[in-house]
Design a protein around this ligand. Structure first.
Ligand code: HEM
Ligand code: HEM
Length: 185
């Protein structure tokens, strides 16, 4: 399988990035909500720190993904795809990129305005050059608590669209992000 994308399908690098990031984001939503339900204390702080450290990995993968997308061909839609589906696919994909980056940026700013640094599994710790400030902390926390619902909402539409393409339109859209497009279609 080719490393790079072609006009017919995603290459293995784009596929790996897509599925690793997808797993990472689902895990982050789960860990974020789980820590939110915990009582204040050292365990909650540790859960937040694990959430933040995993999110740093997703941040790096997302940045690589955007660069990789930029230097690669993007597979064309199947010829029979109606215009409204092409437009909604573009809107949902870019909506996901933007909403995920809003999460990835609002999270660290929430931590920094709360006067903390972001430890990475005890290996190193990142201190952002952002002043501690109670009002800013609450504002960014609210952004972070809101934007994940947009990620989740877009994700539901995205998954339904993938399933629609595979089972109803019976095209290669899901295959070209997984096992590979059928030859000769
Ligand atoms: C949090 C999880 C996910 C995120 C953030 C995400 C995001 C994206 C984005 C941004 C693209 C566009 C790729 C590009 O053109 O650069 C894409 C493509 C795709 N995703 Fe996801 N995705 C997620 C989960 C899933 C899941 C669970 C499925 C399957 C059920 C899926 C199926 C696909 C397929 C089939 C494509 C290719 C669409 C095409 O060829 O036009 N994704 N995804
Ligand atoms: C795609 C990336 C991310 C997703 C999907 C995500 C998801 C979530 C969710 C669902 C919550 C619970 C919100 C609630 O209580 O309603 C949360 C809380 C939190 N996240 Fe994230 N997060 C991401 C990135 C980050 C990053 C990069 C950091 C910092 C390094 C971070 C730090 C926090 C903190 C400190 C909280 C607790 C504050 C709060 O309740 O808002 N997150 N996150």
């Amino acid at each position: 399988m080719a490393l790079r994308n072609t006009s017919a399908e995603f290459g293995s690098i784009a596929k790996w990035l897509h599925w690793l990031i997808a797993a990472g984001i689902l895990l982050l939503i789960y860990l974020g909500l789980e820590q939110a339900a915990m009582e204040r204390g050292p365990e909650k702080l540790a859960a937040r720190e694990t959430h933040g450290a995993i999110a740093l990995i997703v941040f790096v993968l997302m940045t690589i993904r955007l660069v990789w997308r930029w230097v690669n061909a993007v597979p064309a839609h199947p010829a029979e795809t109606p215009a409204w589906q092409r437009i909604s696919a573009t809107l949902v994909h870019w909506g996901l990129y933007i909403a995920v980056f809003v999460q990835l940026i609002s999270g660290p700013i929430t931590v920094a305005t709360g006067g903390r640094s972001i430890p990475f599994f005890g290996l190193f710790s990142i201190s952002l050059p952002v002043a501690e400030n109670e009002d800013d902390h609450h504002l960014w926390e609210e952004v972070h608590e809101f934007a994940w619902t947009i990620v989740a909402l877009l994700l539901v539409v995205h998954v339904l669209a993938a399933l629609y393409n595979h089972f109803i339109a019976k095209n290669d859209v899901l295959r070209r992000m997984t096992t590979g497009a059928r030859r000769g279609d």
